[in-house]
Ligand binder design. Sequence first.
Ligand code: DX5
Ligand code: ZN
Length: 222
Amino acid sequence: MSRFRIAPSILSADFGRLAEEVRAAGEAGADCIHLDVMDGHFVPNLTIGPDVVAAVTAATSLPRDVHLMVSRPDDLLDAFVEAGATTLGVHVEACHHLHRTLQRIRDAGVRASVTLNPATPAASIEHVLPLVDQVLVMTVNPGFGGQAFIPEVMPKLRQVRSLVDKSGRAIDVQVDGGVGLETIEEVALHGANVFVMGSAFFRADDYADFVRRIRARLQPYE
Ligand code: DX5
Ligand code: ZN
């Protein structure tokens, strides 16, 4: 069993055939489904709400990793828990009371993920590590699929990995944005173990073959 996990982002899937796409991702070897929620305010784009998360929940038994890119995440937590999120992620930059928000997510019985924009320092999550199950290090500025990977984030990814290891807790380190065949080795080398992939995954002609090629590149870093 690999320590690495592949999380296709449905942002780049065919929304007209969403259930089929989610099932195909599972059959191809995905480990969880990543869902990007955008409010047109925290980020300049609008995407999905709880009803689409519920539709994905009905279509798959894979875990649902919900990435909230919204200005007021506290108002929406309950709706996404009811819709079947198994991990709920909030941005450091969007939370006035980050500790409280993460505590609420845990109290709701789902995994808590804390997310850092490219310009936000690793130190901003240090004091909430006892509350989280995952740290998401953004490797693009959030808002759109298909953007170019930002290599300047790599030193921070290494710092986050080191903080997580020092915590002694089993916390996943996830990357999101511009991850694909060309960048997978770099993010693995710098400490990521969960890889969100939107355009690279869903633009592949054969999802299973894509997963095999990604896993082959990860092999030396197991
Ligand atoms: C970006 C989203 C990502 C997006 C990644 O704001 O958080 O999850 O789907 O897309 P790619 O993999 O195409 O960069
Ligand atoms: Zn995302």
